[in-house]
Ligand binder design. Structure first.
Ligand code: SF4
Length: 478
């Protein structure tokens, strides 16, 4: 599959595996995949897992033994080889006329990049004399609601892709031979490009960029906001890599032109209308941020796969005289959603503007109103008070070091260096917060570790809302 993305990726994976650098998001995707695989195995009971302790030959021999001992029992990680290509099948299960080859994925739908993987497995199995009756992709059923008690029946949906992969199965032998020949030679001469991110982030990107010797522009033209594909192609042809080198008049998009001017000037710009825009909002003003956790395999009763489940909020409250107070909530156990919303409604009172950043808080509150119908009326009154601070900032504030982004994590250090996120503990972004929360409430966690995670979570969420207060002040000219 690496070779299908980029032959150099496959060459590096085989010949220079020590250069692999997976980012945090990819590692979280792997962890989600593991949890889904565990459930898939539990759903196909009576199966045997083929280990890899004795290498490829041992795994192949164990697979044959398992199939001979009980042909009706599912085999997990069934291992086969043909022409030097080794495959491990997530689930191999007896069907009516032959075997079902089941590939398990943690996504919620079938994606085109899964086909070659299934095709190669089917080819190798058929060359080993296995009658593959059906090739299936087991993926997450988004509508599944966890009823508790470890019952995950219905979590997976099975898509029959036998016909879809037929053409690629026929091509699989050619891919295998081409890649094997390539692997015997020197490292392929392939430069970085769009293929490094599609369909997956390549873990050799840092190596390939360093190897190319390319010096990145200080303010890359790729950072221009909004639609830019065509203009970037023109800039690439003309050798314009830095926003500051774009000639005046080339950008037709007003926001892009603003970004160009401010970047060239080298200092922040607050547009004249910012102050009057901020004057419109009622006091007191609440600056609100949530943290949520998502699980591929739901762990709390009544929740769905990948549902964003709020466990923490931070809120700075500012009165018209400039006084600022802070309130916060962090769950301390499983299913903290009710305690989350009860505490939040108390903190927000009944009047005043509630600033949030992006639509996320609105989405979470809307979902929470559905989850707790007894609180829906109260929650809807809060939703009616929400105002998007990021939208106001996008129209009125830009600093060259925002690099075309109005994300709070980028804006905050531009307003004041002490608001940077890289001086926080191990929680410095939203997905890491969800992971930290799960660890903090897990059974058997070391108390000192739980205390540290709690401090880091509180500091992270608080940083978001204190940065919002500062942003509002900059916009209001204070
Ligand atoms: S970073 Fe890009 S060029 Fe380098 S191996 Fe990966 S996909 Fe290929």
């Amino acid at each position: 599959m690496f070779g299908r993305q980029c032959e150099k990726r496959l060459w590096l994976a085989v010949r220079r595996p020590e250069l692999t650098e997976y980012d945090d998001a990819t590692q979280r995707r792997f962890a989600a995949g593991d949890s889904v695989n565990d459930v898939a195995r539990a759903l196909h009971s009576g199966g045997r897992l083929i280990g890899f302790e004795n290498g490829v030959e041992g795994a192949i021999a164990d697979t044959q033994k398992a199939l001979a001992a009980d042909p009706a029992a599912p085999v997990f990680e069934a291992t086969f080889a043909h022409e030097g290509v080794v495959v491990r099948v997530d689930i191999l299960k007896k069907g009516k006329r032959g075997y079902r080859l089941i590939e398990v994925k943690s996504s919620t739908k079938v994606k085109p990049q899964y086909s070659p993987d299934c095709a190669v497995q089917a080819w190798v199995l058929e060359e080993n004399g296995v009658n593959v009756e059906k090739v299936e992709l087991a993926h997450i059923n988004k509508k599944f609601v966890y009823g508790g008690g470890g019952n995950y029946r219905g979590l997976l949906t099975y898509a029959d892709v036998t016909k879809e992969i037929a053409a690629e199965k026929a091509e699989a032998p050619q891919w295998a031979r081409r890649f094997q020949k390539m692997l015997e030679g020197a490292q392929p001469d392939i430069g970085v490009g769009a293929h490094c991110h599609d369909p997956y982030e390549c873990p050799f990107l840092a190596h390939c960029i360093a190897e190319s010797g390319a010096v990145a522009a200080e303010y890359p033209v790729e950072c221009l906001p909004g639609r830019k594909t065509e203009i970037l192609e023109e800039f690439a042809e003309e050798g314009i890599a830095d926003i500051r080198d774009i000639p005046a008049g080339r950008l037709q998009n007003a926001k892009q032109e603003w970004v160009r001017e401010v970047t060239k000037r080298g200092k922040a710009d607050v547009k004249p209308g910012a102050r009057s825009a901020m004057d419109e909002y009622e006091w007191p003003r609440y600056y609100l941020d949530f943290e949520t956790a998502r699980f591929a395999v739901p762990v709390w009763k009544g929740t769905r796969p990948y549902e964003a489940l709020p466990f923490q909020w931070s809120c700075h409250i500012e009165t018209e005289d400039g006084a600022v107070t802070h309130e916060e909530f962090l769950g301390d156990g499983a299913a903290p959603m009710r305690a989350f919303i009860d505490s939040l409604l108390r903190a927000l009172g009944t009047r005043g503007t509630v600033f949030m950043i992006s639509h996320y808080e609105r989405t979470i509150l809307t979902a929470t109103a559905k989850r707790f119908p007894d609180l829906a009326a109260e929650i809807n009154k809060v939703i009616a008070r929400l105002e998007d601070l990021q939208k106001i900032a996008k129209e009125h504030y830009y600093h060259p070091d925002m690099f075309g982004s109005w994300s709070m994590k980028v804006v905050a250090p531009c307003i004041a260096p002490h608001l940077a996120y890289d001086n926080l503990g191990e929680v410095q972004e939203g997905d890491a917060a969800g992971v930290a929360y799960l660890e903090m409430i897990s059974d058997g966690v070391d108390p000192a570790r739980a205390k540290k995670l709690k401090e880091d979570l509180l500091a992270y969420c608080r940083r978001d809302t204190e940065a919002m207060v500062e942003l509002a002040r900059v916009l209001a000219g204070k």
